[in-house]
Write a protein that binds this ligand. Structure first.
Ligand code: BES
Ligand code: MN
Ligand code: ZN
Length: 500
């Protein structure tokens, strides 16, 4: 869907479908909605008066002008109560409207920016949210075998009557396009079957990003990792038929004068559990076990497009976790790249293993902050729910505050959980520096203190186990890969770059 910006009153647009909005409890629409209402001889006012249109969030009324204006149809989307309205309301309203337009086979759609009038939101932010909601809701994964792809809208024009606002609308819309490209990449990678989204395929995605936006890419193979003593990463990769890849993307890699943020994403392209094999029921969902890597690659795509003025490094250790004659086993003792030893209790606690070496590698960039994203524990899903919030563990108050602010702005929710030392005791080992599993209780906390053993800088760990894959679509997130984390990371990085 192509995004255009036009300085015009929406009723004079040449699009076939026009989108305007209405707050709840408004009886006489104003602004662009009022202008269309007049052009339609009071059709919207009449719908409101008759109780057919209430302006509730998510509500969409379709009106047929039949020649009163050039457009074939006008859609009025509800924004809900004005006192509860925010950028998330803009994204949801945009999504509701564009989804209906697509159902009706609209080709060219025009919309006003939601919320920048009586909504009182910042124009650039409202424009960004309007375009984000529209694009993200229009996402579709083209499965290889599916016959009809279904209808896609070809263009969305953002109309703005006020010349003074055009620059802000344009900036917001372009930012949204860059971010949506990152989210789409992350969703695609999660949606691909695990025989396609292999470590090699993730490395290709990283190479494509690097070429398109001038980033540096390193793809380390088994030998590369062995030279760096990455025993924990290699232990998981030992049983993998697909060659493992340790992928590093650098944006402004040589600009050590800039603040450095390292993003680390768990890239287990399929998690069978290994020798500690998982039950077969729903095992297929474990193709999403590279959701952290997908989020990091998606974020790097957006970082490149937006040319964010920071030094941003993306690290994605990628491998399958398979049962095999060569696979690592419970009771093995493994040495990670910082020299710490790990007693394997469960080969299914593989995410923390590959992250251990990635977190150690992150330190070579002398980072000001490291953020890892990982579909790490079922325990986190038990604690916070599926599709509700990711858990965040953080050893630095300023970093946590910035991430929470980004979470508020994007509605990618993260909920703080504690890094208690008590959890550390559960992974004490008689034969190594630590065990890789502390048992059932507090499983999300023990995984986090395990990772802490490999960090030496301001660090945040996001457990996105419940967030990477959506069983059912909602608002602007269709069923399947969600791309969770991309928008959060970009909002965080933009906030840091602006020192806001
Ligand atoms: N990839 C899983 C975690 C997971 C579970 C992600 C559900 C998404 C949905 C992870 O590798 C895993 O198997 N964790 C184990 C850890 C345990 C063996 C200590 C778990 O959560 O059971
Ligand atoms: Mn596992
Ligand atoms: Zn896993």
């Amino acid at each position: 869907m192509e995004i255009k910006i036009e300085k015009t009153a929406i009723q004079s647009s040449t699009a076939d479908t026009l989108i305007v909005n209405l707050f709840e409890d408004v009886t006489i629409p104003g602004g662009a909605t009022g202008a269309i209402d007049k052009a339609l001889n009071g059709a919207i006012t009449e719908l409101i008066a008759g109780g057919d249109l209430k302006g509730k969030a998510g509500e969409v009324a379709v009106i047929y002008p039949r020649g009163a204006i050039a457009a074939r149809r006008v859609m009025v989307v509800g924004l809900g109560k004005s006192e509860e309205f925010d950028l998330e309301g803009v994204r949801r309203a945009s999504a509701a409207a564009i989804k209906r337009a697509r159902e009706l086979n609209a080709q060219h759609v025009a919309t006003i920016v939601h919320g920048a009038g009586i909504g009182g939101l910042d124009v650039a932010q409202a424009a960004q949210a309007t375009v984000e909601g529209s694009l993200l809701a229009s996402y579709r994964f083209d499965a290889p075998k599916k016959k009809e792809a279904g209808h896609d809208i070809s263009s969305l024009t953002i109309t703005e009557y006020d010349e003074a606002r055009i620059a802000a609308v344009t900036a917001g819309a372009r930012t949204a396009e860059a971010i949506a490209a990152g989210v789409f990449l992350a969703r695609d990678l999660v949606n691909m079957p695990p025989n396609v989204a292999t470590p090699t395929r993730l490395a290709q995605a990283a190479q494509t990003i690097a070429e398109a936006h001038g980033l540096t890419v390193t793809v380390g193979d088994r030998d590369w990792a062995a030279e760096r003593n990455m025993g924990a990463f290699l232990a998981v990769a030992q049983g993998a038929g697909e060659p493992p890849k340790f992928i590093v993307l650098e944006h402004n890699g040589d600009r050590t004068d800039l603040p450095t943020v390292v993003l680390v994403g768990k890239g287990v392209t399929f998690d069978t559990g290994g020798i500690s094999i998982k039950p077969s029921e729903r095992m297929g969902d474990m193709k999403s076990d590279m959701g952290g890597a997908a989020a990091v690659l998606g974020a790097m795509e957006a970082v490149g497009r937006l040319n964010i003025p920071l030094r941003v490094i993306g690290i994605t250790p990628a491998t399958e976790n398979m049962p095999d004659a060569n696979a690592y086993r419970p009771s093995d003792i493994i040495t990670a790249s910082n020299g710490k030893t790990i007693e394997i209790i469960s080969t299914d606690a593989e995410g923390r293993m590959i992250l251990a070496d990635a977190l150690v590698h992150a330190e070579t960039f002398q980072p000001d902050a490291v953020i890892d994203l990982a579909t790490l524990t079922g325990a986190c899903v038990i604690a916070l729910g599926g599709g509700v919030a990711a858990g965040i563990f953080c050893n630095d108050d300023a970093l946590r505050d910035r991430l929470l602010a980004a979470s508020d702005a994007t509605y990618e929710r993260i909920w703080p959980l504690p890094l208690y030392d008590d959890y550390r005791r559960t992974i004490n080992s008689d034969v190594a520096d630590m065990k890789n599993s502390g048992g059932r209780f507090g499983g999300v906390g023990t995984s986090a203190v395990f990772l802490r053993e490999f960090t030496n800088y301001p660090w945040a760990h996001l457990d996105i186990a419940g967030m990477a894959l959506a069983e059912r679509g909602k608002d602007y997130t269709p069923t399947g890969g969600t791309g969770f984390g991309v928008r959060l990371l970009i909002a965080y990085l933009q906030g840091l770059a602006a020192k806001g």
